[in-house]
Design a protein around this ligand. Sequence first.
Ligand code: ATP
Ligand code: MG
Length: 674
Amino acid sequence: MDIRKELVCLNPRQKEAVLHTEGPLLILAGAGSGKTRVITVRTAYLIHTGVKAGSVLAVTFTNKAAKEMKERVKAMIKGENGSPVISTFHSLCLKILRREIECLGFRKDFTIYDTSEQVSLLRNILSDIRFSDKSFKAESILERISRTKNDLVPSGAAPPDKPIEEISAMLYPRYREALQSLNAVDFDDLLLFTLKLFREYPVVCEKYRERFRHIMVDEYQDTNRVQYELIKLLAGERRNLCVVGDDDQSIYGWRGADLGNILDFEKDFPGTLTVRLEQNYRSFGHILCAANGVIRNNTRRMEKSLWTERGTGPKVNIFKAADAESEAEWVADRISMIRFERNVPYEDFAVLYRANIFSRPFEAAMRSKRIPYLVVGGTSYFEHKEIKDLAAYLKIIANPSDDLSLLRVASAPKRGIGTSALAVLSDFAQSNSLGLLDAFGKAREVSALSQKAAASAEALFGLIARYRDLFNKGRGTGMGKLLKALTGEIGYRDYIVGLYKTPEAAFKRVENMDGLIDSLSYYESAEESPSLHGFLETMALTELMKEKEEKGGRGVTLISFHSAKGLEFPVVFIAGVEEEMLPHRKSADRDEDIEEERRLFYVGITRAMNELYLTRTEHRSRYGKEKSSLPSRFLQELPDEAVKKIERFENLDPEQEKVYAKKFFANIKAMFEN
Ligand code: ATP
Ligand code: MG
């Protein structure tokens, strides 16, 4: 595909946006109108007109979206020099900080702490200060801290009025100091520190302004305060900034996204060219009609009217199931049926739900019907003990100050360094102003330590130092082999097998461990300049967005509304369209929360291209108790002409099944004959 062909395919407004290459540009348009496509083509077009590829920056919401955009742009600019920078805010900031963080008092080999590591760190702090009130959970305190960071509240600005806020405000500085002493940062810091860097070191900021001369941001409606400030600083006086978004799809208010960023863009950047796209290329008319009917009930929005040339298509189906299990079963049956009937591949289906915990009945139903599926998010692969353990080894190898990872590896597998020995070593480190790892190296000098524990601590120190050398020498090659050798040397396989009662459970764990080794090898073969830090970063960022690495065969996608943003699927099922689920019970009181819930539903509906099914239950168990459920208030907002209620549980009867099976084999036969 070359760029000229792409341009011809665009509608006049899309083209106008692509060709407007200087000055602020806002593309404000509804779902499926080609916003993402416009910035993809615009990136290629800029390069085609002679802009240096490396000076074009496109910021996307997920790593997956970045990857897809990179591939598309690459296909359009083949032959041109270099490639544009296409990444998420977090990975962009990470790259900048790896170069510049020393200004802020960190070393370049800093570690990124994920949510569970943040929780452990905060728990350590709470126990250090002997804070014993169990009513304050570490997770809630961290949520407050994160909010403070992302809203850019200067410390001490607003007097906290709730006890939890008071406690969070008190702990924030300690938490920050603890991270700094570990030479670690959390996800919020990636953005916040980059902003701090740009604000306090204008020379550094200028360097990146010179570098990124054209900036584009997708899903702008979900940017928060920090991201807004960052972009504004980067764009500088040149103001070659193009943002695209849809106020109706802002669904990250709970994480600090500020709808004002997109609504006030024209005010913030005078002289903005605003382009509105109204043709929807994704969905059939009935689906679009349903989406419009729902979103029109929001008051705080820009009026838009979306239309399609695709025709009306089938109506939106609504189905009521008895409970969550039969809801999932019905969905699975429908999927089999549609696949048989119309030869639709599994990867064309998606099941959307409110939150990751609702994936379970669907996973069970898919398994029992032998339908391949992949869950995006949920109990992540990265949360498994074996993955966390091995990642901790890699982290302490990469960053010798990462005490939290060292504490983890010290007892995985057990090596005779118990909690009291660890406490002694920590005290020794503190009183001699040493890092914990160095204290391990000098363990024999610590009189309070048993000989066995001292020898073991020193051996661990030696092991880490040796592997650090090996990783450094390899310069990003042979890392998978090194990790394999390391697991062999520490007897990790036997250790993990010993922890689980059934051979199946143990096998799963070993499989995960081998999977990590494989993905390290895969990473180094796919990356241009691989490094251990690079691998750990990829892991952390994938975890952050709760994304799923796709390898090999694909199946039905099970995904939450939030993760489905920006994606499209031919056949979509939206489950749990009930009060308390959608809108969520926590959001039922305030109008603005209801509006965000409605946007969530709108995002869900607009993922569907050809067919859309909405399901709900009569009963759902909550906290172990069966409760009857009411249909979501949003269902009443669907225009009658666009929907059809499916009254009966339409399972496949055996006769029908035979007909479908016959058809299916005939299709297969035809495929071989062709
Ligand atoms: P969302 O708001 O959900 O992120 P979007 O506005 O970013 O949607 P895209 O994902 O860019 O929309 O486009 C939706 C679909 O329409 C894609 O399959 C895209 O390839 C297709 N599309 C966009 N513009 C055109 C066009 N001019 N001609 C044909 N297809 C198009
Ligand atoms: Mg998009």
